[in-house]
Design a protein around this ligand. Structure first.
Ligand code: GSH
Length: 235
């Protein structure tokens, strides 16, 4: 049985991390049985110090993209069979836009905006006794701010961040158009990647941010997220 190590659900969204949601979304699309183990403490065991990672038949694989590659190689994958080489190139480019750019917009919204950071601190460190909880929360926040700054996203103003996020969301919305999934009637790997990110922006009401409002203003992205959620996480 495949075991996915992840943070844990947030409201009716399967995980607080878009990468953990992506892996589960893929497993559900591919119809592969799995179990999950949740908790930030699994970060300590994670081979790359990040979640998700999986364990399967004694093998441990870290990083959502390596996990999907492993699953495709080990269990086969008919999801993307109908895609042309050009489609696959487009899917790759969109996936990287979502994971390497839009992701930092999410990090900014959740950790740099004080009201959201307070919610996260409580959720992640609330159970730890005082004053350790404050110290750990302070260090975690400082590290994330440093990562945001070093990436470059953290150097933009709040308004610029919304503008950058808006361009990605607009591109996703334009490519989806009136289709059910990103490449037509059948979901593919890109749908798992896109759902992983969009569900965090659109369907987690405890966090509020201008860029989340922007995401919710794209009706087809909201409908896509709701459709994927209902078909693969609520049935
Ligand atoms: N490239 C990795 C990214 C995973 C990732 O960034 N996970 C974040 C949560 S969204 C994490 O575990 N952060 C903990 C840390 O950096 O300490 C993947 O695709 O799995």
């Amino acid at each position: 049985m495949i075991t996915v190590y992840k943070f844990g659900s947030i409201g009716d969204v399967s995980d607080a991390s878009p990468f953990c949601v992506k892996v589960e979304a893929y497993l559900r699309l591919a119809g592969l049985p799995y179990q999950t183990l949740s908790g930030a403490h699994y970060l300590r065991k994670a081979p790359k110090g990040k979640l998700p990672y999986i364990e399967d038949n004694g093998k441990i694989i870290a990083d959502s993209s390596f996990i999907l590659n492993y699953l495709k190689e080990t269990y086969g994958d008919s999801l993307d069979d109908g895609l042309s080489k050009t489609d696959k190139a487009i899917a790759h480019a969109f996936s990287k836009m979502i994971e390497e750019n839009l992701y930092w917009i999410l990090v900014h919204a959740r950790w740099k905006l004080d009201h959201n950071a307070a919610i996260l601190n409580k959720a992640f460190f609330g159970g730890i006794p005082f004053p350790l909880n404050k110290i750990i929360a302070f260090i975690a926040h400082k590290n994330i701010m440093k990562a945001l700054y070093k990436h470059g996203m953290g150097r933009h103003s709040d308004d610029e961040i919304v503008e950058i996020g808006n361009r990605d969301l607009q591109a996703l919305s334009d490519f989806l158009g009136n289709k059910t999934y990103f490449f037509g009637d059948k979901p593919t790997t890109l749908d798992a990647v896109a759902y992983g990110m969009l569900v965090e922006m659109i369907r987690v009401p405890i966090f509020t941010a201008p860029v989340f409002e922007r995401a919710k203003s794209f009706q087809n992205l909201v409908e896509f997220t709701g459709r994927f959620h209902q078909n693969y996480f609520q049935k």
